[in-house]
Every structure is written in structure tokens, then in C-alpha cells.
Design a binder for this molecule. Structure first.
Ligand code: UD1
Length: 364
């Protein structure tokens, strides 16, 4: 069978890497499966893209569509047009997309319009927040995908409600956690750690890139001020996403803050694993902190990953900086929940996916 794997933006790379490694493994065992890796070029910076390929041993993509940045419609349209051409030239049995970025949705549409099967890894999760571009990407992708490799029973339930039969749903766990577990012994201490005399469990990690938190400079300032005021003598490490850069430049921060460019995967996970807690608006980091049992305060109104709240170490603090204070105070009081790990977030998700793909396509 022929699979086309799609990766476009930073959070895709850790989700696709273990699937590629598993396909290569079963190829060596003589299984008939080949793949083409397509990078859409949605993220193109060394720090958001290439460094992840290197660190996670992802092979060079067979093709890079080089779409780059643009408005949502421009980016989506460019990916669709270029991916359609790729599919016509190299028609696979199935296109496998991961996550919820514009590349995920755009490539699913191009594939289905050519009557090619689509499998969505991480299908079925819902924030119910239509202001998030990712929610639209998830809904559109899932409305046309043929198979779903899901991270939770709730995702399966959502998909059943939307009319998908059980035969299309496979609860397999979380490929992002495959990557996390596979790299636990390869983590790298970032240079900033010793440069700033950081001590384990004595600093926070902050990541922010959602429009609701970063697109308004006043709002971002208030958020960071509240954090600064409540965070006792903990230092605050803040790797800054390109989107956040613009407004952050307008804000004067105290020397508690250690501002840095986006970090490599191995450096970032090292930093999180040794931190006291994480403040974030990312999706994937809610999952990684739950597995590493690091307290996580998510600055969002909702989450498509509710099991990180009900089972894990995550809480939702909303997006109103006036209301953050009690959450931060609770964090620094040291009385945080312990948290458990959701079912199948065990580092063995990719073998489940590849086994299932072989089963489906050997029958056809
Ligand atoms: C995208 C994803 C988001 C994911 C995030 C992780 C969508 C809708 N959003 O958001 O789900 O959590 O990636 O990073 O797909 N830029 C660079 N270098 C790059 C890429 C982008 O500087 O390599 C800058 C550009 O100015 C661009 C801005 O970052 O306009 C935003 O990039 P974009 O890919 O549109 O969305 P993200 O905010 O990164």
C-alpha cells in the first residue's frame, strides 16, 4: 500500500515522526507499505521546522510545497492547489493527515476531491469554539475523512454523534506522546539554562501564540504583569513564537523574564520537564505536561483536550487577565493536583496505527 504523509506546521512534526519510524520498521520486516512525505511549507523557519526534522530524525520530505505564510484563505488555497498536483503525479491509496493546522484541512480536501481515502490522526477532538481556526480545520477534516485514529473515547463519541460508524474509528492513543517517550533519554539542556543560572523546579515556562492572548499588546502586557506579580522568586522562561514577537517588543519586562527564540524540541522538553510549572495556550503542551506530570495553567476558555483537565495536571484559566491571579496564586501555593495519564498515551500509538492501516488495505 502507498501512503502519503502530510506535515506542515511545528505541532505536526512530532506527530508524524513516530509514524514514519514505525513504517520504516515494518518495511524491514517485509510488510508491503511505502510512503511519500509531503511538507506543505506552512512553517518554514529553521526554528519552527528544520530543527524538528533534524532532531526527530524525520527524513527529508519527498516534496516541499513551499506555501509559506499568508491569510488563512491564501494559505489554504495554495496548499490545496499544490497538493492536488502532487497527488495527481503520485497517487497514493491513502493520505494521512495529523492535528488541526491549515495544512491538515487543505490536504484532506484536495485528497477527497480526487477520491483518495483520508485518515485523520487526532480526529474527533472538539473545543466547540468556532473562533479558533483549528476548530474549523478539525470539523472540515473530520466531515470528509474515511478513518480516524483517535486519542480518547470522547473523540470517538464526538465522531459517532457526527454520523461516523464504529468501523471508521480507532482509539489508538497519542502519537505526540510516542515522540515524547522516545526522546526522554535524548533531551538537551538549552544553553540558556546555565547562562541564567536556572535551577530545577525553580522556574516557569511560558508559551503564548493564540490571537486571543497575543494580538492585543495591552492584553498581553496585563497577562505578563499578573504573572510577574504572583510568581514569587521563580524565573520565567518565555520562548517566543513569531506571531507573539511583534507585540512583545512593545512591552517592558523585568529581569525575571528570560526571553528566547523558539527552542528545538529536545531543548524545549528538557526545559518543561525540569520546570516548576507551565503557563501556555498551546494544545500539545497540555498533553505533554500531563504525561510528564508538570502543573499546567492553560490560558484559554476551552480545550479540545479535556482529559488533560479531568485526568491530568492541567487547568483552564480563561483568557481574561483580570481573572488569572487566583489561578497563579494556587499554583505557587504548591497545592496542585497530582494527575494521571489517559488511556493509550503510552508511547505505542504509532504501531497501532500502522498495524491498522495494513489490516484495512490488505483487505481491499
Ligand atoms: C500554526 C497553527 C496552530 C499551531 C501553531 C504552532 C493553523 C491555523 N495554526 O499557527 O494551530 O498551534 O502553528 O506554531 O494552522 N511565521 C514565521 N515563520 C514560520 C512560520 C510562520 O515567522 O516558519 C510567522 C509568519 O509571520 C506568520 C505567523 O508566524 O504570519 C503565523 O504563522 P501561521 O502558520 O499562519 O500560524 P501560527 O500562528 O504559527
Amino acid at each position: 500500500m502507498k501512503v502519503t504523509l502530510v506535515a506542515g506546521a511545528r505541532p505536526n512534526f512530532m506527530k508524524i515522526a513516530p509514524i514514519i519510524h514505525e513504517i520504516k520498521k515494518v518495511q524491514k520486516q517485509g510488510k508491503k507499505i511505502s510512503f511519500r512525505l509531503v511538507h506543505t511549507g506552512q512553517h518554514y523557519d529553521e526554528k519552527l521546522s528544520h530543527s524538528f526534522f533534524k532532531q526527530l530524525n524525520i527524513p527529508e520530505p519527498d516534496v516541499n510545497l513551499e506555501v509559506g505564510s499568508g491569510s488563512h484563505a491564501e494559505q489554504t488555497a495554495n496548499i490545496m492547489t499544490r497538493f492536488e498536483k502532487e497527488l495527481i503525479e503520485n497517487r497514493p491509496d491513502i493520505v494521512l493527515v495529523v492535528g488541526d493546522v491549515n495544512s491538515t484541512m487543505a490536504c484532506s480536501i484536495s485528497a477527497k476531491k480526487l477520491n483518495i481515502d483520508v485518515a485523520h490522526v487526532e480526529g474527533g477532538i472538539r473545543s466547540r469554539d468556532m473562533e479558533m481556526p483549528e476548530e474549523i480545520n478539525r470539523l472540515v477534516t473530520d466531515s470528509i475523512a474515511d478513518y480516524f485514529f483517535t486519542t480518547s473515547e470522547l473523540a470517538n463519541k464526538n465522531l459517532r454523534k457526527e454520523g461516523h460508524g464504529n468501523h471508521k474509528l480507532f482509539l489508538v492513543g497519542n502519537t505526540m506522546i510516542d515522540t515524547l517517550k522516545a526522546n526522554m533519554n535524548r533531551l538537551k539542556k538549552p544553553a540558556l539554562f546555565d547562562e541564567n543560572n536556572l535551577k530545577p523546579k525553580k522556574y516557569l515556562v511560558v508559551t503564548l501564540h493564540r490571537p486571543s492572548n497575543v494580538d492585543d499588546a495591552e492584553n498581553l502586557k496585563m497577562l505578563l504583569n499578573t504573572l510577574e506579580e504572583t510568581s514569587k522568586d521563580y524565573k520565567i522562561v518565555f520562548p517566543v513564537h513569531p506571531r507573539t514577537q511583534k507585540n512583545l517588543k512593545k512591552i517592558k519586562l523585568s529581569d525575571k523574564f528570560i526571553i528566547t527564540d523558539p527552542l528545538g524540541y529536545l531543548e524545549f522538553v528538557y526545559l518543561v520537564k525540569n520546570s516548576f510549572a507551565v503557563i501556555t495556550d498551546s494544545g500539545g503542551i497540555q498533553e505533554e505536561t500531563t504525561v510528564m506530570k508538570i502543573p499546567c495553567v492553560t490560558l484559554r476558555k476551552n480545550t479540545e483536550r479535556p482529559e488533560t483537565v479531568t485526568e491530568g495536571t492541567n487547568i483552564l484559566a480563561g483568557i481574561d487577565p483580570y481573572k488569572f491571579r487566583p489561578h497563579f496564586q494556587k499554583l505557587f501555593s504548591g497545592k496542585w493536583k497530582k494527575g494521571g495519564v489517559p488511556k493509550f498515551w503510552d508511547g505505542k500509538t504509532s504501531p497501532r496505527i500502522v498495524k491498522q492501516l495494513l489490516k484495512i488495505y490488505n483487505k481491499k
